[in-house]
Design a protein around this ligand. Structure first.
Ligand code: SF4
Length: 229
């Protein structure tokens, strides 16, 4: 599995995929990447340190992801990231967290002391699609409520059961209400959810212009950031 990469086209940055403790929620219906979670702290730190050693600081921007929330990274790994931020003069971090840690976001911002683009797996702004169909357990009601804590929503498109109307509204919100967002086109995995090829084709045609929007990063494949497998 690739765990270090550089994102070259938009918002240039280095990115690392680290290992964390089990996702606090772990029950989203579309997710099988929690298989990368671990409870072996020493092994996780060893691997994470090796991955983090790749960071050169060439863009002064770093994204750290794990299959869960940054709050599930081992303490020693977080400390190592903080050290790298100082040593490599990193000016901006991208981190990700589940909604349930919303009251600890500031704690993480204070810990690193540099601007952080906090991402969150929103998947959709349609409350029922998000919380019932995708079982996301992110029960915010409004965009404003989300923005009190987070900067950048990660969206999901192309799942059987999703509608064009849901996607249209989601795309409108991310373009109008956020400075940064990610759109993941669903790729079949080991879960029972299925990709809707017709819906994906419709999305890729209708929203191809998003590829030119510097604020929005569309991942047509889940390895488009160069990490994962
Ligand atoms: S919160 Fe993220 S890592 Fe956890 S189960 Fe849901 S999608 Fe997977």
């Amino acid at each position: 599995m690739d765990r270090y990469s550089c994102i070259e086209n938009k918002n240039q940055r280095e990115i690392v995929l680290l290992k964390g403790f089990p996702c606090v929620w772990g029950k989203c219906s579309f997710c099988d990447y929690i298989d990368d979670n671990s409870t072996l702290e020493d092994e996780m730190n060893k691997l994470n340190f090796e991955v983090l050693d790749n960071i050169s600081g060439k863009y002064k921007v770093l994204e750290v992801i794990n299959s869960g929330s940054c709050f599930e990274l081992p303490k020693a790994t977080l400390e190592k990231i903080r050290q790298i931020v100082i040593e490599k003069d990193i000016k901006k971090l991208f981190l990700e967290s589940h909604w349930c840690y919303r009251n600890r976001i500031k704690e993480m911002r204070d810990y690193f002391g540099i601007p952080i683009v906090f991402k969150i797996g929103v998947e959709s702004f349609d409350y029922d699609f998000r919380n019932i169909f995708l079982n996301k357990n992110a029960k915010f009601k409004t965009v404003e409520e989300l923005k009190e804590h987070f900067d950048s929503p990660c969206m999901m498109v192309g799942i059987k059961g999703q509608t064009k109307e849901i996607i249209d509204r989601d795309m409108e919100i991310i373009q109008n209400d956020f400075e940064h967002a990610t759109v993941n086109v669903f790729v079949n995995n080991t879960t029972e959810l299925k990709r809707d090829e017709k819906l994906v084709k419709w999305f890729e045609e209708k929203y191809s212009f998003l590829d030119d929007n510097p604020k929005i990063e569309v991942l047509h494949n889940n390895t488009d950031f160069g990490v994962g497998d």
